[in-house]
Design a protein around this ligand. Sequence first.
Ligand code: UDP
Length: 279
Amino acid sequence: MDNVKELLNNPRFNFIEHDIIEPLNTEEKIDEIYNLACPASPPAYQGKKAIFTTKTCVLGALNMLELAKNNNAKILQSSTSEVYGEPLVHPQTETYRGNVNPIGIRACYDEGKRCAESLFFDYHRLYGVKIKVIRIFNTYGPMMNPNDGRVVSNFICQALKGEDLTIYGDGSQTRSFCYIDDLIDVIVAVMASEDDFVGPVNTGNPEEFTIKELADLVKEKINKDLKIVYKHLPADDPTQRRPDITLAKAKLNWEPKIKLNEGIDRTIEYFDKKFKGEI
Ligand code: UDP
């Protein structure tokens, strides 16, 4: 609610609190649906929320697709780079079918999102629903929850509080981090694209960093004297990840503009103000 509080007085904004595991019927005519619902942070979807995560992915997709079908609305699914699992193809192209452990602790999210993709394409084939499927790679930026648990917010919040930075494993695993504004630009572009462009399309920043490099960057910017502590690497944590964004460039004329260095500065500024109570 904190993130939408500025919108609540806007007459063109209407907030409906609803769990999409249950069907949703609205009186109002719907033109476009962006299905972003799901816990997305590994510590959030692993453990107690695992079954809830599968339900949100699968039943949620089903309910939103029904809503789209009944309204003749376009619907965009926020899928994920997790559909590639522990990738054996690098960088990952949309044609790569992935290497997911179906019984592991990430499976609720990975397989849930994979099942959601299949539902989207079946609704498209069987009922002609206008779908868009994007596969979002690691994204970060202001307005993340400080307790989200993902690596960028963890490192920045730890550093601002003077705490040790927690690297899981040896820090040699890689990720490619996309700044939120770039991601929003591509989401809007995908929704506005021709109806025959359904995806899936990779959306992310193709610059790849090790987690150790990210920790060093955050230390450099906030406090060089901070310590790094090495913790247990969670099961099935992917070794490497980088999107091939050739398709998004060709179809949408999109590529990320904000480099990690700048995006991290903006994110530090946000958390710094938040901790000082200025926002
Ligand atoms: N990670 C880490 N320290 C943290 C949080 C995460 O070293 O405090 C690692 C995590 O094990 C993974 C990478 O950073 O290898 C990215 O994790 P995140 O949870 O941000 O997203 P994921 O790509 O795993 O969904």
